[in-house]
Design a protein around this ligand. Structure first.
Ligand SMILES: Nc1nc2c(c(=O)[nH]1)N[C@H]1C(S)=C(S)[C@@H](COP(=O)(O)OP(=O)(O)OC[C@H]3O[C@@H](n4cnc5c(N)ncnc54)[C@H](O)[C@@H]3O)O[C@H]1N2
Ligand code: MOO
Ligand SMILES: [Mg+2]
Length: 616
């Protein structure tokens, strides 16, 4: 999570007359810049005037600033009105921030009793008052530092509006190291929570959270070779530096003529084939034998195809045509592509936001471009977790082990959707090993996709490790869907950059479906594409029982005489049975079972998300 906009307001009569005397403002700029390196930080110095302070806070809030820190004007003198002004503009107070500031500052100086700081929220902006001295500013910043990311994330991602997510955020926030480490301690397994502490989001809520979090991804462009640009999104338009064709070219194999000569016999002066030029201008009564794609000789203004001519005379060896008859009078420009006919000089070859396809690559190659600037894709790392996993290459299985199928499957699925990734191997279900592997993955990638360890087992340690070791914000930890219930989405700051983590359930089908629905959605948002896969209406071939959760059923489509394709479910849909995804063209979107509908009958028409090839 990155604050995109921060405002520092120095409130002081003295500093407003001489800004160079302000030391607290610049100190806050430095502190916030270190914590939010990618943020836009605005500063201002204003006098201790209540109306001015109120107006300034309101103005920044109107500019979608995420965080406003004021410094100064919190004391007891009659000019100290910052708290009053702040109270007048905030919509909701956050009193615990003030309590923390006071409690912690009192440990350093009893003077803290004389600060009347206020903290609160106006619209989507968090506003915190700090006292005026540089020392106090440094101390206060250290006190609020641990909550800034979470607080801004909650406010900014509108998660406050999604009650369940809000609960989850609060939960995450109070999910202390100790609470989760009891989970880790096998000897105290009896103390683990017997209910998941993570609220179960509806799909629409989960999508909304992903969309709002991923919108923060900082978009950039990169230059790639055109042959490597397939499927990329064009970042800057490209224009034709040359016309196509660059010369008037014949469309037919025949004779270049002067249209003013009309029909009749012509002397065949010479020949011009594709790739050749002919220098001498055509004289009346002459023609030049020409091939498709060859440049018209100077003077010629039309081409007559060989089918519309008669041979009149040839050399004795028949290797040269000497005279031909043009049967029908040609029109000017007949069968000629003038200069720039296909692409005019300066025409737009490919626009910003276009998806590079084979034709675009052909156009760019034909126009002499070797590179194209495209929108940068996030880098992705894949990690499998589980003590039971062996590398797929191992010949024999150890007792109670299985081979890791998720890693290769996810890599292929991402590649199929245009996203390269790196594989980070398998981490064992130990907190320290998971932390090391995650940290290695964060060094390699912006987005980390891991599988396993997100449900209720005492060895399901992904969530606690993300919270404890990386101070991650858990955007969600459970989703009402089948498969994929324990799907987890988090973000954290790592070495000054935001990392996004999709911790998918270990069951292979859950990982497959959640990668399609959540991970690829997120990656597409980063690239500025439309987030959803296309959908179509299909007819169910056989009846299908409904689950209490909305279900994503893998199916193939059969195109018949019927107006709609028929969806054939790919066998048992158990979340461990990856065979149910082999060859799938679509995910059928099944509604949850209800009192009046617990089974969809054969022939029922329902939406299908197109995730694979429609025909094989
Ligand atoms: N008490 C509860 N138990 C479970 C719940 C629940 O709500 N309460 N949810 C179930 C659901 S739904 C799912 S889905 C799974 C998710 O499990 P985890 O994400 O914790 O994953 P693991 O426990 O590590 O593994 C689950 C399953 O998948 C196999 N697996 C894991 N990784 C791989 C891999 N890379 N390649 C192939 N197979 C893999 C693993 O061996 C397990 O069989 O939790 C349910 N439990
Ligand atoms: O939600 Mo789990 O992915 O059904 O088995
Ligand atoms: Mg598990």
């Amino acid at each position: 999570m990155t604050a995109t906009a921060i405002s520092i307001i120095t409130i002081s009569d003295t500093c407003s007359k001489d800004a160079s005397s302000d030391t607290s403002g610049p100190t806050l700029v430095q502190l916030t810049r270190e914590m939010f390196p990618q943020s836009l930080i605005r500063t201002t110095v204003i006098p201790d005037e209540r109306e001015v302070i109120e107006a300034m806070i309101k103005e920044y809030c109107g500019m979608d600033v995420d965080l406003i820190i004021t410094t100064g004007g919190t004391g007891l003198s009659s000019r100290d009105v910052t708290p009053e002004a702040t109270k007048a503009v905030i919509e909701r107070e956050v009193p615990a921030i003030t309590v923390a500031l006071t409690t912690e500052s009192l440990k350093k100086t009893p003077m803290a009793m004389l600060s009347r700081s206020v903290a609160g929220i106006r619209d989507k902006t968090l506003i915190i008052n700090f006292p005026g001295s540089k020392k106090a500013v440094i101390e206060c910043f250290e006190i609020v530092r641990p909550i800034l990311n979470h607080a801004i994330a909650i406010i900014k991602n509108e998660i406050t509006k999604v009650k369940s997510v809000h609960n989850s955020m609060q939960l995450d926030h109070v999910c202390s190291h100790k609470k989760f480490s009891s989970n880790v301690d096998l000897s105290k397994v009896a103390l683990r929570p017997r209910e998941s502490p993570y609220p179960m989001l509806q799909m629409a809520e989960a999508f909304k959270v992903i969309d709002s979090v991923m919108k923060e991804w900082e978009k950039s462009l990169e230059q790639v070779k055109i042959e490597d640009s397939m499927g990329c999104i064009v970042g800057e338009p490209l224009f034709a530096k040359e016309p196509m064709p660059p010369f008037p070219a014949s469309i037919k194999d025949g004779y270049a003529c002067l249209s003013s000569d009309g029909a009749g016999v012509r002397r065949v002066r010479t020949v011009v084939r594709a790739g050749e030029t002919s220098e001498a201008p055509l004289e009346p009564g002459e023609c030049v034998r020409i091939n498709t794609g060859a440049p018209l000789p100077p003077g010629a203004d039309c081409v007559v195809q060989v089918e519309d001519t008669k041979l009149i005379s040839a050399s004795p060896d028949n290797k040269t045509e000497l005279e031909v008859e043009i049967i029908k009078a040609p029109k000017a420009q007949q069968d000629v592509r003038p200069i720039g006919f296909d692409v005019a000089l300066g025409a737009e070859l490919v626009g910003e936001g276009a998806v590079v396809d084979a034709a675009v690559i052909g156009i760019l190659a034909g126009a002499g471009y070797q590179h194209v600037r495209v929108r940068t894709k996030p880098t992705v790392a894949i990690l499998s977790t589980g003590n039971e996993l062996q590398d797929p290459s191992e010949a024999t299985l150890k007792p109670a082990h299985i081979r890791d199928s998720n890693q290769m499957m996810l890599k292929a699925l991402l590649k199929e959707n245009g996203y390269p990734s790196v594989c980070m191997g398998v981490a064992r279900d130990e907190a320290s090993e998971l932390a090391t592997s995650l940290s290695d993955a964060f060094k390699r990638a912006d987005v980390v996709v891991c599988t396993g360890g997100v449900s209720m087992g005492e060895k399901d340690l992904l969530k606690p490790v993300l919270l404890q070791d990386f101070g991650a914000t858990l955007h969600f930890g459970r989703v009402c869907m089948k498969p994929g219930k324990p799907s987890t989405f988090a973000s954290c700051q790592f070495q000054g950059r935001t990392k996004y983590i999709f911790a998918l359930p270990g069951n292979p089908v859950s990982a497959y479906v959640c990668c399609l629905l959540f991970v690829i959605r997120a990656l597409r948002i980063c690239e500025g594409r439309r987030s959803d896969f296309p959908r179509m209406r299909v007819r169910l071939n056989n009846s299908f029982p409904l689950d209490p959760r909305p279900e994503y059923v893998r199916a193939v489509l059969r195109f018949t005489e019927d107006d709609l394709p028929h969806a054939e479910v790919l066998g048992n849909q158990c979340s461990s049975r990856l065979l149910s995804a082999c060859g799938a063209s679509v995910l059928l979107e099944l509604p949850p079972a209800s009192d009046n509908l617990d089974c969809l009958p054969a022939g029922h028409v329902l939406p299908a998300i197109i995730t694979g090839r429609l025909e094989h």
